[in-house]
Design a protein around this ligand. Structure first.
Ligand code: CP
Length: 318
C-alpha cells in the first residue's frame, strides 16, 4: 500500500481486517515498526475520534505523531499559476513538499464545500497533497470518502455478524445541518466489497452519487428496508442531486426502538458524533442494539493496520 484514500488502495481487504484484529488482541506487537519515524496529521476541520484514534494507533506502532490544526488561520493556495497577492500566504506545492521533510507519513482531514459538486467530487485538496507530497498520504476523511471509518466499520461488522452474508442497511436519518456524503459513500463501497447484502434506504432526493449508489439496492421505504436486518447503519447526508442541500426534513426517519421491532436482533451503528433523539433515539443508543462505542474503539485498530501497511508494504496481510 503506497497511500490510503479509498478501498481502491487496498489489495487484500480480508488481510487488512485480520491485521486490525491482530492489533486489537495485541496492540504493541509491532511497537518497533515506526521507531524513529514521524506521522504528521493535518486537520482542516475538527475531529475527536479520527484525531485521537490515529494518534493512539501511531503510539502503538512506536511512530511519533505531530498534529496540526489547520482549520483556522492557515490559508493555503491551490491554484496553479496564481499571483499570490491576496490573503493566502503559502502554496500547496511548498506546503506539501515541506511537510514531507518532517514526516514519513502524512494524514489529511478535509471537508467538502457542499457548494461546488464537481470540485468536491474531484477530491481536490486530498489529491493536491498526494501530488506534491513525497511521502505516503492517508485520508483522515476527504470531501467524499472516510476510509478509516469504513475499515473500522467492517471490523465491527466482522466481529458481530452471525451469518456469512449479513443484511446491512444504511439508513438516512434527519439532522439539523447539511452534512457531507463522505461516510455514506465510503460505507457503501467498503460493504459492497464484502459478502454482505447491502440495502440503502433514504427519502427520495437523497440518492448517493451514481458511482456509490449503484453498488447497493435502494429501498425508499425505511420500514421495509429494516425487515430482517442484521446491521442498521444510521447516517445523515445532504443531497447529491441538489448538491449540499437539506431537502424537506422528514423527522419520521429517526431510528427508534419501535422501528427495530422489524429486526429485533439488529445491531445499530453510527460513525459518531450523533445527535440523540434527532438522528437516533437515545433509548436505542443506550440499548444492547448499539455498537457505536465499539465502532469508535475499532478506529484505533483500523488506523493501526493502515499505518502498519504503509510502514511495511511487504506484509502479506496488506
Ligand atoms: N467519526 C469521525 O470521523 O469522528 P470525528 O469527526 O470525531 O473524527
Amino acid at each position: 500500500m503506497k497511500k490510503f484514500t479509498s478501498i481502491h488502495d487496498v489489495q487484500n481487504l480480508n488481510g487488512l481486517i485480520e491485521l486490525a484484529q491482530t492489533y486489537k488482541q495485541q496492540a504493541f506487537r509491532d511497537a518497533q515498526l515506526g521507531q524513529h519515524k514521524r506521522l504528521v496529521l493535518l486537520f482542516f476541520n475538527p475531529s475527536l475520534r479520527t484525531r485521537l484514534s490515529t494518534q493512539a494507533a501511531a503510539h502503538q506502532l512506536g511512530l511519533y505523531s505531530i498534529t496540526m490544526n489547520a482549520a483556522n488561520g492557515w490559508q493555503l493556495e491551490f491554484e496553479e499559476g496564481k499571483i499570490m497577492n491576496a490573503n493566502k500566504a503559502e502554496h500547496i506545492k511548498e506546503a506539501a513538499a515541506v511537510i514531507s521533510q518532517y514526516a514519513d507519513i502524512i494524514g489529511i482531514r478535509t471537508f467538502p464545500s457542499l457548494d461546488d459538486r464537481a470540485k468536491d467530487y474531484s477530491d481536490f485538496i486530498l489529491h493536491q497533497f498526494i501530488q506534491y507530497a513525497s511521502v505516503p498520504v492517508v485520508s483522515l476523511e476527504s470531501a467524499i470518502r472516510h476510509p478509516l471509518q469504513s475499515l473500522a466499520d467492517l471490523l465491527t461488522i466482522a466481529e458481530h455478524k452471525e451469518r456469512q452474508r449479513p443484511k446491512v442497511v444504511l439508513s438516512w436519518a434527519p439532522h439539523p445541518k447539511a452534512l457531507p456524503q463522505a461516510v455514506a459513500n465510503s460505507f457503501v463501497e467498503w460493504v459492497a466489497a464484502t459478502d454482505a447484502e447491502l440495502v440503502v434506504t433514504h427519502p427520495p432526493g437523497y440518492e448517493l452519487a451514481p458511482e456509490f449508489g449503484q453498488q447497493a439496492q435502494v429501498v425508499y421505504d425505511q420500514k421495509a428496508a429494516f425487515e430482517e436486518a442484521d446491521f442498521v447503519y444510521v447516517k445523515n447526508w445532504s443531497s447529491y442531486k441538489h448538491y449540499g442541500q437539506r431537502l424537506a426534513q422528514d423527522h419520521n426517519w429517526m431510528v427508534t426502538l419501535d422501528k427495530l421491532q422489524a429486526c429485533p436482533d439488529a445491531k445499530v451503528m453510527h460513525c459518531l458524533p450523533v445527535r440523540r433523539n434527532v438522528v437516533i433515539e437515545g433509548k436505542v443508543l443506550d440499548s444492547p442494539h448499539s455498537l457505536v462505542i465499539e465502532q469508535a474503539n475499532n478506529r484505533t485498530f483500523a488506523a493501526q493496520a493502515v499505518l502498519s501497511c504503509l510502514l511495511n508494504p511487504k506484509n502479506i496481510l496488506c
